[in-house]
Design a binder for this molecule. Sequence first.
Ligand code: PLP
Length: 486
Amino acid sequence: MAPYIRKRRECAGAGSSAANSMSKKSILSSLPSVDEILKSVNGIDWLKSFPRKKVIQAIREIIDETRQAIVDGIRDNVPVHMDSQIEDRIKKLSDFSLKKVINATGVVIHTNLGRSVLSEEVLKRTAEIASGYSNLEYDLQTGRRGKRYSHIQSLLSEITGAESALVVNNNAGAVLVCLSALAKGREVIVSRGELVEIGGAFRVPDVMSHSGCILKEVGTTNKTHLYDYENAINENTALLMQVHQSNFKMIGFTEAVSTIELAQLGKKTGIPVMYDLGSGCLVDMKACGIHNEMTVQDAVAAGADIVTFSGDKLLGGPQAGIIVGKKELIDIIAKNPLMRALRIDKLTLAAFEATLMYYLDEDTAKTKIETLRMIFQQPEDIYARAERIMLDIREKVNSNTLSISVTEAESQSGGGALPEVGFKTFVVSVKSSLMSAAQIESSLRSSNPPVISRIKDNTLLLDARTIGDSEIEDVVSAICNTLKQK
Ligand SMILES: *Cc1c(COP(=O)(O)O)cnc(C)c1O
């Protein structure tokens, strides 16, 4: 308490005129001490429900701010509602940093908002495994040490058609370990049209150099032919690599070599073909208008020897990097020391196995996996949700200052997947004569829970595709509180 009291004395002498300083002094002396507040009824209550450190910090901050306001002449009394100010501050200080937010952007695989949404059942399964011991690396049949990858190997083989599989922390890690294990110190041939940057510092040329491989670029930005690969092959070639363009699309005078052709060349020359598929779709996307997205099964069937993809993009599971392919190569990769550095933990493994189970039946996957459910959602259902949000808001906010409607728009899948595809969606468009769209957007962001929206043509848009039924009430109250502030 000592610094607090000392500071109080210093401040008390800071007034300009003598009379002024006298009255300030008396107001300041009526400020309660940290100790007094801690011993009050509220103080005792706070200590029961919040960490002591945060309670004291909040009390100090509010007292200090109040004292400063008195010294500066902004206040001439001790606020009556100081306790509620302190309580608000305690809550703010002891709040979690990682929070649940409502995604009203319509971007289903939103990397900044955590990509996949896991279902209750997947979480239940994860909690079950994490809350006790498990056979993570224990063979129940022999009573000896087992392999953590054994739990998903046969499932992944069954779903993708590949001989064997591994799973690591994320797809960037999967690419790194594959390159390091299969091509360290040797050449990897990649088309110039596929030297992509995925974001977050994942650039194909950089990953190559980090894994100790020599990048051999072939072809041009827009066109690469089979003979480009053929001509580049020499005795030091370790891999022929394809990279999914993921987050951009080339149109016009373009040409790329198909996985089938490249795999044939690989077979002929004895060089393995690796495909970094990125998003790694496991279901047929034609039902939502996507005809040219290669699934993992397609890539395996086309003859790619190794295919890598993310666990939390279109697959809709936890963050993970999946490696499927020829057993001979998978066994080599499994022995690489990077596997230990990139290994996935039991929570992820439990969530991933539970997610994969849904893929044993494609229709189940499309309804039970949130990412797929949101992408395959019927426009009528999105419309119905948007309309409900609009009507609820209209009922509660003064219609003279508000212009609100449901309009058709397009949402993106996000996550570096399907960049050119817009999915038909419905958005609630909100305009207020009292606030700009930017002001509404910012206020929604500071709601509890925060609502993340987008702005187009100075209109705030709430995309009903990614808003859950159970989140509607929170979205409506966030909007109402925002518009009522004025
Ligand atoms: C997204 C992506 C990656 C990185 O995957 P993470 O799971 O985010 O690490 C790598 N390659 C491609 C082609 C991608 O689309």
